[in-house]
Design a protein around this ligand. Structure first.
Ligand code: NI
Length: 138
């Protein structure tokens, strides 16, 4: 296990109060755990600001599969970006709606390009992008 270092933090009383309330939501056991998580989160978010950075994530789309043209467009786009798609999972949500989880890895600029193309596809009801990390900067 990696060696853990302790350090002191000076913080305004009001800000600390807000931080402790945030911790109390039940998500964290203590301040240290919360600070570590916030630092990691910040590093991951920063890596998504550099369009040449290698990153990973998942694009989730919801659409009506009865719209045949839409289905062709989604498949065409995914074939164009096949080098950046690790896998995709199709879930039949109900009679009309399908969800597709597209796991992506590659340079950030290409992944956001793919997301934008899917988002702009007529008929897609919702698109969301979980931006994660390859784990090397945290
Ligand atoms: Ni389906």
């Amino acid at each position: 296990m990696e060696k853990v270092k302790r350090f002191g933090v000076s913080i305004e009383q009001n800000l600390l109060k807000k931080f402790d309330n945030y911790i109390k939501t039940g998500k964290y056991k203590n301040r240290s755990e919360a600070i570590r998580d916030l630092i990691r989160e910040n590093f991951v978010n920063n890596s998504w600001e550099d369009s040449s950075k290698l990153v990973a994530g998942a694009i989730v789309i919801v659409y009506d599969h009865h719209k045949r043209e839409l289905l062709d467009n989604i498949v065409d786009i995914q074939h164009d970006y096949q080098n950046f798609i690790i896998s995709s999972q199709h879930i039949h949500l109900d009679h009309h709606n399908c969800m597709e989880i597209i796991v992506v890895k590659g340079i950030m600029g290409k992944l956001t390009e793919l997301e934008a193309l899917l988002k702009a596809t007529k008929g897609i009801k919702h698109t969301t992008f979980a931006k994660s990390t390859l784990g090397d900067e945290i």
